[in-house]
Ligand binder design. Structure first.
Ligand SMILES: Nc1ncnc2c1ncn2[C@@H]1O[C@H](COP(=O)(O)OP(=O)(O)OP(=O)(O)O)[C@@H](O)[C@H]1O
Ligand SMILES: [Mg+2]
Length: 713
């Protein structure tokens, strides 16, 4: 027996060596599904003599592709490089580059990203005089994508459209498609749809691909959508054999159209397929495996599996309750430091979180403590677009002294935010303003205050921008620093822009920046806006650790299929994990998806799993945090929990969602026990923004706090 097969257990070996039939492997996390795929490929090449390029393996992410290539190279050497291992999107690009001309595309067709899509729509908004607030780009693009994936063409969309909004979007769709075709470009949906159309329509192209491929493998099959599945079927010729592997409990992309039904019904489409179930987990120790299984068992909509492990190790799950978002990363950093000092390499460690914003507090402490880290599948916190924009607004507002020798560095900040949100100041105008600045030896902002020789419309737009910045500057003393950021984002229309574009996660990031300012202020009460911005500049300039030995930071979605010796699952708070937004929007089905996500997170750990949360105030949730409800689903016997159980309070969230009535309205006169009388100028969630007497200024207060009462008229 070849050496790879010798390391497999009996059902795994059966899965790897059943090559005369289609194979479906359904098995839980860490049971060796991906390993079997690789062993099977090695077996086909080494024992059966299949030529490597006749084997295709479809992975879910680019990272998984690389991992599979590397692991396979370890197993069989250079032959591994000829095996076709790729994501479905890359495969479609390959298919279309070869024969896309049959559909009228040039070899070097353009692949459009989200920005390009907006660029296409922009002129039609202008021409038809459409209000972007009422009909945001993101919704139009979402509509177009939905139509495309549902197989509805523009003409049909026009017929099906009900009401003025859909009619408008259908018109957008028609123009978008016309323009796209004229440019001979494809968006991400098109890559899949056009590859499918090509394979369906052009028999010889389909047959060419079918003749090329003898064995097709799909990893993470529980997350394929109907279009992807169709492509896989079109590629599978009459003599080719498919092998799909997946775990229904790890379906985490239903929000993007994935359907677990596809793996469950696979045997209906391929009646002669062999189904193999793997029951032994080789990744995790018993406490980790049993705890993960206990959590996923709370999902109603699932098929029960029995997984066991024989791995030694009885380290219990380490539950860490921390005071706030300073203590939590510090606690984790200390643990990582100790583990590393005891010999664990950094790359064996992962910090996982539900949403991107959580990385901020951890990045901050890791930098401070000198622990190298890398963020997978995303940008570092301060490199994110909305954070850069927010910091530029702050820089503009912090600036008082126009004679400052450094004044020209402000130009960058102006350029960054001048059209964020859009103020219709075009590229040509900006060029003219820059020319003037150079000629008059003043900075851009000064030019905008007093533009010379430009048309009225331009002058008005410049004035609008300058007035905004001056207004923001004038209110600086009225707010605490963290609330000042909130005020700027509100007043400048930045929040509104993000809301209109459905970019809620960017809003979460800005709320997290508020958290950052508040945290820095706690540590250094003398901090000013200026010193804060200087400190941040040091962070953003720092060299990347990306290449070296690093701790891995990533979202749970990005961690799919991976494994680490030590996993820290952080910010395990109600409203964060499960995400309040998904649960509020998607109900029980969304909660079950969040639970599957939690299962994916926990099962990434091999030997050590630490779950942490904190009780600090959250600007995003506008309340103090409580532990995740999933914590109660982890049996205490697998954890180091003290006797009394932590008490998650999901009902707290309901309060934040407005289920408790605020005892007054915007515009009401209120009395505070310390600040005296003031007027409520804003109410959001449970937070009241109150304008008090000028000695006190504007304060944000808990609307339910007993110190605040409405003054009865
Ligand atoms: N028979 C075996 N003997 C030794 N180690 C094994 C065996 N099968 C799997 N493993 C190891 O167990 C770990 C988990 O395997 P693998 O990543 O293939 O699981 P998986 O089912 O693909 O998990 P996931 O559902 O998370 O993708 C890997 O480190 C793998 O090398
Ligand atoms: Mg896997």
């Amino acid at each position: 027996m070849n050496s790879v097969l010798a390391t497999l257990n009996a059902p795994q070996r059966e899965a790897a060596t059943t090559i005369d039939r289609h194979v479906r492997i359904i098995a839980g996390a860490g049971s060796g599904k991906t390993r079997v795929l690789m062993a099977r490929i090695a077996y086909l090449i080494e024992e059966i003599g299949i030529y490597p390029s006749r084997i295709l393996a479809i992975t879910f992410t680019n990272k998984a592709t690389n991992e599979m290539k590397n692991r396979l190279t370890d197993l069989i050497g250079d032959d591994a490089r000829i095996v076709r291992i790729s994501t479905i999107h890359s495969l479609c690009v390959r298919i279309l580059r070869e024969d896309g001309d049959r559909l009228g595309y040039p070899k070097a067709f353009v692949i459009m990203d989200n920005d390009d899509q907006r660029q296409i729509l922009r002129p039609f908004y202008k021409e038809w005089n459409i209000d972007r607030k009422m009909y945001p780009y993101a919704r139009a693009i979402g509509y177009i994508s939905d139509c495309k994936t549902a197989g509805v063409d523009p003409d049909e969309a026009m017929k099906l459209a009900m009401g003025p909004t859909q009619e408008l979007f259908a018109k957008f769709y028609r123009e978008y498609e016309a323009k796209r075709k004229e440019m001979k470009a494809m968006d991400f949906d098109d890559l899949l749809l056009e590859a499918r159309r090509l394979l369906e329509k052009e028999k010889d192209v389909r047959e060419k691909w079918q003749k090329r491929l003898d064995y097709i493998h799909v990893d993470e099959f529980q997350d394929v959508d109907p279009v992807q599945y169709h492509i896989v079927r079109l590629l599978t010729g009459p003599d080719a054999k498919l092998c799909v592997v997946g775990d229904p409990d790890q379906t985490i992309y239903t929000w993007r159209g994935a359907s677990v039904e596809i793996i469950l019904r696979f045997d209906k489409d391929f009646p002669d397929c062999k189904t193999i179930v793997l029951n032994q987990n080789y990744r995790s120790t018993q406490p980790i495996l049993n705890a993960s299984n206990a959590v996923i068992r709370h999902n109603k909509d699932r098929i029960e599996k029995e997984l066991f492990t024989e791995l030694p190790g009885d380290r219990k799950i380490d539950l860490q309750e921390c005071a706030d978002d300073n203590e939590e990363p510090l606690t984790i950093a200390r643990k990582i430091h100790d583990a590393h000092a005891a010999g664990l390499p950094y790359h064996d460690i992962a910090i996982l979180y539900r949403s991107n914003f959580s990385s901020r507090a951890f990045e901050r402490i890791l930098r401070k403590t000198g622990i190298p880290y890398r963020i997978y599948g995303g940008l570092r916190f301060y490199d994110r677009q909305e954070i850069k924009d927010a910091l530029c607004y702050l820089r503009l507002c912090a600036h008082k002294d126009e004679a400052d020798p450094d004044q020209f560095s402000l130009d960058l900040a102006v350029l960054r935010v001048i059209n964020q949100p859009r103020r219709a100041i075009g590229a040509k105008t900006i060029e003219k303003l820059q020319d003037q600045a150079a000629k008059r030896h003043i900075n851009l902002y000064e030019v905008m205050k007093d533009p010379q020789g430009l048309g009225n419309a331009v002058v008005n737009k410049c004035r609008g921008f300058v007035e905004l910045i001056e207004e923001l500057r004038a209110h600086r003393a009225d707010y605490s620093l963290e609330d000042y950021l909130d005020y700027i984002m509100d007043e400048s229309g930045y929040y509104r822009m993000l809301k209109e574009n459905n970019e809620e996660d960017r809003i979460d990031n800005i709320k997290e920046l508020q958290q950052d300012i508040a945290q820095n202020l706690r540590e250094d009460p003398d901090m000013t806006l200026e010193t804060y911005l200087q400190d941040i500049a040091l962070f953003t300039d720092r060299e990347d650790d990306q290449a070296g030995e690093c701790v891995n930071l990533m979202t749970v979605h990005a961690a799919k299929g991976l494994e680490f010796h030590s996993v820290y699952l952080v910010n395990f708070n109600e409203g964060i994990f499960p995400s309040a937004r998904s649960v509020q929007e998607g109900g029980n089905a969304a909660l079950e998806e969040e639970r599957r996500l939690c299962y994916v997170a926990m099962t990434r750990a091999k030997e050590s799993l630490c779950i942490s949360w904190n009780g600090g105030y959250s600007y995003m949730l506008e309340q103090n945090k409580t532990p995740s409800r999933f914590l109660l689903e982890i049996p205490k016997k697998w954890t180091n929990a003290p006797q009394e159980k932590p008490k998650p309070q999901p009902q707290m969230l309901l309060r934040a969602a407005g289920h408790r009535r605020v005892p007054f309205h915007k515009g009401d006169l209120v009395e505070h026990t310390v600040y005296g009388q003031g007027v409520v100028i804003r109410l959001e969630g449970g937070v009241a923004t109150v304008a008090f007497d000028h000695t006190v200024g504007i304060k944000k207060l808990n609307a339910f706090h007993p110190s605040l009462k409405k003054v009865s008229s």
